[in-house]
Design a protein around this ligand. Structure first.
Ligand code: UD1
Ligand code: UDP
Length: 358
């Protein structure tokens, strides 16, 4: 059976690495990898292929940047050409990016069975491009791989057929477990003068936080206040770097350790040793939990509601009292459990594809 996997953005390389490995272990499946090119800087793309030993893409469509419509439309045009040429038996997409939606549309219009990993997540905020992408993808997909019970319930609530839904756990949990040993060799703490459990790790990249200069300025102000108490390290997503350039010189920014995006192994090391994680990333919220580190999420809502319900993660609005929030989170005791599966999500994905799509 020939499977076409479509990826394009940083978190998708990480998600696909675990499933691609499982696929590679069975001769019954042959995978071709299509990279849309949505993320293209070496530290947003190549580093993950190198570190995670993800197979080189068979196609790189080179479609990065641009507005949503143009980006998604260009991807649809180019993915369709590849699918017509390769004639795969099934298409596999991940997450909620424009690459996900373009891949899903291209497959559905060619009547190629479609599988969606990380199905059923909802923020219930339709202004988010990710929410639009995931709802549409879930309604086109023939196989839905939900990471949590909440995600499965969302899909059932939207009328998706129960026989198409598999609650498999989170492939990102598989990845954290698999790469932990390699990450142990990371020297990122030494390189940036950070001490174990004595810094805060922050990541910010969501459109809602970066596109409005006033909001971004508030966030930088919050992080700067915190940096007076404890070192704050912020690997800068290129979107955030670009938007920050417009408000360069805002007071105190120099106190934050701004660094380039890091590879996955360095990131795991940074997460594991942080005293607190502050993020608007979906993946980083869960990785904080996997490492037993409390998290403040700079958003109005999250798709990973379980962690908020348990008190391991707290929503934080820019401009709120960050010192109080930081201090409150210190007391959090995190007990990790099987909330996101048992580390065999990728295997379950492969088995379901083999049994239901071949
Ligand atoms: C995308 C996803 C988001 C995901 C994030 C992961 C959509 C709508 N958004 O957001 O869900 O959480 O990826 O990181 O698909 N850029 C570079 N170099 C790169 C990549 C991007 O300079 O390698 C800059 C470009 O100016 C680009 C901007 O960042 O226009 C935004 O990139 P884009 O991929 O459109 O959206 P992200 O914010 O990365
Ligand atoms: N990540 C990374 N280097 C960084 C920032 C994030 O390797 O500098 C990893 C992180 O560990 C997680 C994934 O990228 O696995 C999350 O991606 P991102 O925050 O870009 O997107 P989201 O999860 O919000 O869609």
């Amino acid at each position: 059976m020939k499977l076409a996997t479509i990826v394009g953005a940083r978190p998708q390389f990480i998600k696909a690495a675990t499933v691609s490995r499982a696929i590679g272990e069975t001769p019954a499946l042959r995978e071709i990898l299509i990279h849309t090119g949505q993320h293209y800087d070496a530290n947003m793309s190549k580093v993950f292929f190198d570190e995670l030993r993800l197979p080189r893409p068979d196609y790189n469509l080179g479609i990065g940047g641009g507005h949503h419509g143009a980006q998604t439309g260009q991807m649809l045009i180019e993915i369709e050409k590849v699918l017509l040429h390769e004639k795969p038996d099934a298409v596999l997409v991940y997450g909620d990016t424009n690459s996900t939606l373009a891949g899903a549309l291209a497959a559905a219009k060619l009547h190629i069975p479609l599988a969606h990993v990380e199905a059923g997540l909802r923020s219930f905020n339709k202004k988010m491009p990710e929410e639009q992408n995931r709802i549409l993808t879930d309604h086109l997909a023939d196989l839905l791989f939900a990471p949590t019970k909440t995600a499965t319930d969302n899909l059932l609530h939207e009328g998706r057929p129960p026989e198409n839904i598999h609650t498999v756990g989170d492939v990102m949990y598989d990845a954290v477990r698999y790469y932990a040993a390699l990450a142990a060799n990371s020297t990122v703490l030494q390189r940036h003068g950070l001490n174990e459990k004595n810094y805060v790790l922050a990541t910010i990249h969501r459109a809602e936080n970066t596109d409005d200069p006033a909001t971004l300025e508030k966030i930088m102000h919050d992080l700067t206040r915190l940096a007076n108490e404890i070192p704050v390290v912020l690997p800068l997503h290129p979107r955030t770097r670009k938007m920050l350039a417009a408000i360069e010189g805002s007071p105190g920014q120099a106190k934050i350790t701004l660094i380039d995006p890091v590879g996955y192994l360095d990131m795991l090391m940074l997460e594991k040793n942080a005293r607190l994680v502050i993020t608007d990333s979906g993946g980083v919220q869960k990785e904080a939990y996997f490492h037993g580190v409390p998290c403040l999420t700079m958003r109005n809502e999250t798709e990973w509601v379980e962690l908020v319900q348990l008190g391991y993660n707290r929503l934080f609005r820019p401009g709120d009292d960050i010192i109080a929030a930081y201090e409150a989170m210190q007391a959090t005791v995190i007990t990790t459990s099987t909330l996101y599966g048992t580390g065999d999500a990728a295997l379950k994905v492969r088995e379901a594809i083999e049994s239901q799509l071949s």
